[in-house]
Ligand binder design. Structure first.
Ligand SMILES: [Zn+2]
Length: 132
């Protein structure tokens, strides 16, 4: 049996995964300096404050970088190759490592969040062409 490399019970990320189960993308925002950040942390990267809260992200982003993976590197990667790994820049500013649902989403493309279901776990955010 392969042990997961992820700690899904991490209290720092628990709210993110709760929201994901509702199909809502959330990111952190600092109560002191109002900066957004992702991935979840216990303190603000900009000012070190621990006054960190959660806000709903718009789900809109721009492709910052992307590459197509042709090899299946791990049994934990529940994707058929080829698949697209990307960094997207959320409208709020933070960048997110994710997958693109379409390889035609080139760098600079506008994309929107969707959710890839997983057996027994919260869905993961993925991004694809803007449809609405
Ligand atoms: Zn701050």
């Amino acid at each position: 049996m392969v042990e997961s490399v992820f700690d899904w019970d991490d209290p720092t990320t628990a709210y993110f995964w709760e929201a994901a189960r509702r199909g809502q993308l959330v990111i952190q925002r600092c109560g002191a300096c109002r900066q957004y950040q992702f991935y979840p942390r216990l303190f603000c990267l900009a000012c070190d404050s621990d006054d960190i809260g959660w806000v709903a992200a718009s789900g809109r982003a721009t492709v910052y970088s992307q590459t197509t993976v042709h090899l299946r590197s791990s049994p934990e990667v529940d994707l058929d190759s080829p698949y697209v790994v990307a960094v997207v820049e959320l409208e709020e500013g933070p960048r997110l490592l994710t997958n693109l649902t379409e390889k035609d989403c080139l760098i600079g493309s506008s994309v929107q969040v969707g959710w890839r279901p997983r057996r027994g776990q919260a869905p993961v955010p993925v991004f694809g062409p803007v449809t609405s």
